[in-house]
Design a protein around this ligand. Structure first.
Ligand code: ATP
Ligand code: MG
Length: 335
């Protein structure tokens, strides 16, 4: 009987597929927007090179890893290879240079956890944040982008999940919920543990790319063209995967003992990481290991209140996917 009910449910879920694909398509930025981002990057590069001839400007975050929805802010990293640079000083100088070139709302945030210059380009309307020497973020952006090229379902799932998280107010790290980066890692983990697997574990394979950043060795298999049919044994559609994702985080994940690890391609235990108790502000109530900075738990921002909010939202989403006649609307209803 259960079996029958599940079958019926599956075909129902398949019918949602077209709706989810349409939502995905509607979130993809237009080519025109991508071109404008490039144009802004070129302008900034020109201004920066005058002051720091050896510096390089990298695009990172969602504009560079193919998980960016339309109208996203642009994340940039200025890499300056000088010993002992004072980031706050560089931020102030950078703000000064950009200010005098007709850019709008240039703000230097020197006291933030990650000091940045914020600005808006009047010509394109694009907002951007520039940080200094955060090269690890450039490398993890590259890893996420490479995963996205293996199977299109990752990008589809991540867009839907990010859209859901933003609509439901659970994509706000300063309120104790998770970053977009954390949600994308949750999607990658989910597709790695699916049977048959939809994504491989790139860091568990022979490394074809390797860099050392801040004393951390970042290495993984990056010949993605050789992995193009990796997920082809699994025929699940995006409708089924959205259902499965929320079901996984609502009912299947062990929040007490488990750490999700994209680096290992599976779950590892909190004991193994010594993440079993609260240390300072790190409570480890939901554990998401950073793929390179492995001592870093992306769930550290989650506290005892926001963990309830998060888990209730996962359960709400799972219920909607299971029972609601119109899940594609209900899932994204503003909170
Ligand atoms: P959005 O479209 O919501 O702006 P995003 O992909 O730009 O999403 P963010 O969470 O804003 O994601 O993060 C931008 C980038 O900063 C990520 O791609 C990642 O490289 C880096 N990053 C963000 N949070 C962390 C973190 N806690 N630890 C390490 N790197 C991080
Ligand atoms: Mg961003």
């Amino acid at each position: 009987r259960n079996y029958k009910r599940q079958m019926r449910c599956r075909s129902d879920i398949d019918r949602l597929n077209g709706h989810f694909l349409a939502i995905f398509e509607s979130l993809i930025p237009a080519e025109e927007e991508k071109a404008k981002q490039k144009q802004l990057l070129a302008l900034l590069e020109k201004l920066i090179i005058k002051e720091w001839p050896k510096a390089r400007l990298y695009l990172y975050g969602s504009c560079a890893n193919s998980f960016g929805v339309s109208k996203s802010d642009v994340d940039l990293c200025l890499a300056i290879e000088e010993p002992d640079i004072n980031k706050a000083e560089v931020i102030l100088k950078l703000a000064d240079i950009l200010q005098s070139d007709n850019l709008q709302n240039v703000q230097a945030l020197t006291r933030a956890r990650v000091p940045i210059v914020k600005l808006k380009d009047p010509a394109t309307g694009i907002s951007c944040d520039i940080c200094i020497n955060n090269v690890l973020a450039v490398v993890n952006t590259r890893l996420l982008g490479d995963y996205a090229r293996i199977d299109v379902r990752l990008r589809q799932l991540a867009y839907i999940v990010k859209h859901w998280a933003k609509s439901r107010g659970v994509n706000e790290t300063y309120h104790g919920t998770l970053s977009s980066y954390a949600y994308v890692l949750m999607c990658i983990h989910f597709l790695q543990q699916r049977r048959p697997a939809i994504l491989p574990c790139l860091q568990g394979m022979k490394a074809t790319y390797s860099v050392t950043v801040d004393n951390i060795e970042c290495a993984y298999f990056d010949q993605i063209e050789k992995l193009r049919d990796f997920g082809s044994h699994n025929r699940e559609t995006i409708g089924q995967l959205v259902w499965g994702f929320f079901n996984y985080w609502a009912y299947c994940h062990d929040y007490t003992d488990s750490v999700i690890s994209v680096r290992s391609g599976c779950i590892i235990s909190k004991r193994e990481k010594d993440w079993t108790r609260r240390v300072g502000n790190d409570r480890h109530l939901i554990c998401i290991e950073d793929p390179f900075e492995v001592s870093h738990d992306l769930g550290r921002v989650v506290d005892k209140f926001s963990i309830r909010v998060l888990r209730e939202e996962f359960e709400r989403a799972a219920e909607i996917m299971q029972y609601d006649p119109n899940p594609c609307v209900k899932l994204f209803e503003p909170y």
